[in-house]
Ligand binder design. Structure first.
Ligand code: E4P
Length: 228
């Protein structure tokens, strides 16, 4: 499974990129708002992310609501950098836009996906990526990972004719909150998990690793004569 980072924070993206584990970046309007960025700086900000993560897919979300508006905005966003992926929500308006954009070779990450039928329709229309939101199910007392399992199986059962040579459409496990989400996404066969930097850092740590480090340090102090 590949790791994307789910943030628009440039420092976090730089640091995660330095770990050598990043395969892409996802952003959304809320994540950009969190950086304090303004509309006038939005495109430069996305281009900067694309430079930091050269060659890796960087999702920038369209806020248009009509099919025509989504196509125009997607074409514009895609022209900003070769590695831009356009995020569109799953709606009746977006499906024709996704279909049109796929034929132009523009990659769409279909977002706000909460059912297998939505995922299947997006794949058929030509979405390059499909993003089920696991954590938001959990937020309402549902089991996000059960829904993810359905979507992974349903989507991976078929070939769609678009993005075959790139191994698409790929499932991006989104709305990830915990290392458990990450592990289960991998075990369920999701292609990608997009993880906020805080949750990614939690994935590095384990209490037994910390305990082991303390023990080694204490024993090494005996060797060096620094033990108290
Ligand atoms: C990423 O593509 C999604 O926009 C993001 O993971 C949503 O996460 P949230 O549910 O924590 O806002």
């Amino acid at each position: 499974m590949k790791f994307f980072i789910d943030t628009a924070d440039l420092d976090d993206i730089r640091e995660a990129a330095s770990w050598g584990i990043l395969s892409g970046v996802t952003t959304n309007p809320s994540l950009y708002a969190k950086t304090g960025g303004k509309l006038a700086d939005f495109e430069d900000h996305m281009v900067e992310i694309c430079h930091i993560c050269e060659g890796l897919p960087v999702s920038a979300e369209s806020t248009a609501e009509t099919t025509e508006g989504m196509i125009a905005e997607a074409e514009h966003l895609a022209s900003l950098a070769p590695n831009i992926v356009v995020k569109l929500p799953v709606t009746e308006q977006s499906l024709p836009a996704i279909h049109h954009l796929a034929q132009e070779g523009i990659r769409v990450n279909m977002t706000l996906v909460f059912s297998a039928t939505q995922a299947l329709l997006g794949a058929r229309a030509g979405a390059r990526y499909i993003s089920p939101f696991v954590g938001r199910f959990d937020d309402i007392g549902d089991e996000g990972l059960d829904h993810l399992a359905e979507m992974v199986t349903a989507v991976h059962n078929f070939r769609y004719g678009y993005w075959d040579e790139e191994g698409g459409p790929e499932i991006i496990t989104a709305s990830v909150r915990t290392p458990h989400h990450v592990t289960q996404a991998a075990l369920l066969g999701a292609d990608i998990a997009t993880v906020p930097f805080g949750a990614l850092k939690k994935c590095v740590h384990h209490p037994l690793t910390d305990r082991g480090l303390e023990l080694f340090a204490a024993d090494w102090a005996k060797v060096t004569g620094e033990a108290k």
